[in-house]
Design a protein around this ligand. Sequence first.
Ligand SMILES: Nc1ncnc2c1ncn2[C@@H]1O[C@H](COP(=O)(O)OP(=O)(O)O)[C@@H](O)[C@H]1O
Ligand SMILES: [Mg+2]
Length: 239
Amino acid sequence: MDATQPSGISSDDAIRRYTRRLLLTLLFMSDHPISDPRALWPTLSEWEPMGMHEPVHRVRTRAGATAYVRPDDGSAPLLRQMALTSTVRAPEVLDARAGWLLLSALPGVPLHHVSVWRHHPTDMARIVTEALRSLECAGVTHGDMCLPNILGDPRTGQLTGIVDWRYAGRFTREIDVASAVWSCGFNGYTEDVAVAVLHGCGWPRADGLEVARLSRIWLELSGPSDVPNGATLTLPGLS
Ligand SMILES: Nc1ncnc2c1ncn2[C@@H]1O[C@H](COP(=O)(O)OP(=O)(O)O)[C@@H](O)[C@H]1O
Ligand SMILES: [Mg+2]
């Protein structure tokens, strides 16, 4: 894609995204045969809400492992395919029941936890870059590459996972890059970090103007944002 062209976002894209959100909301309200997923997996314990937008829960399995329960957003076939054919670090589908998915927990700390990652800005930018590159290599788009969806290990500086695949395959690579660089600024990182991400992933232009252009594209698509988060959240820790 030519990043120097004006925004590739059509109003159709934005309408599709909002329509999908609305449909998902209606689905959760009306179509789940069992609205409380606890009844579907009675052996899971320690249910803890984690989602900012979706009813995502961190849980403990009977074997003592951490896992995540989330509404079935249609991403399971892609997650299964990527597990077989790519090196993208995405959750494994452990089970699917009545409109809900049980996914493996990826290790690491989400990159919006500024209290952790501000001490490692270079690692943090490299992890975002690696995440974007891994998607490109696999030929998939994620659709919401904001920092809460990218996990890394602050001890090793390595990418450990990409979560929240509900918009996978719906938008272009430019949207993945746009959400990532916008999220850097939104979560309090300096512009240098976003510019380093653009450099790292070989984007045709890497400067403050491009960060601003991409950020506008993301906001045009996603609408007004939630409050920044992470600095005050409880860390899940490295699992
Ligand atoms: N499979 C997973 N492994 C590790 N952490 C996860 C996993 N799924 C979700 N999370 C954590 O839970 C948070 C919320 O989940 P997410 O699917 O992004 O929902 P939302 O976007 O509604 O907040 C993520 O930012 C991440 O910190
Ligand atoms: Mg998310």
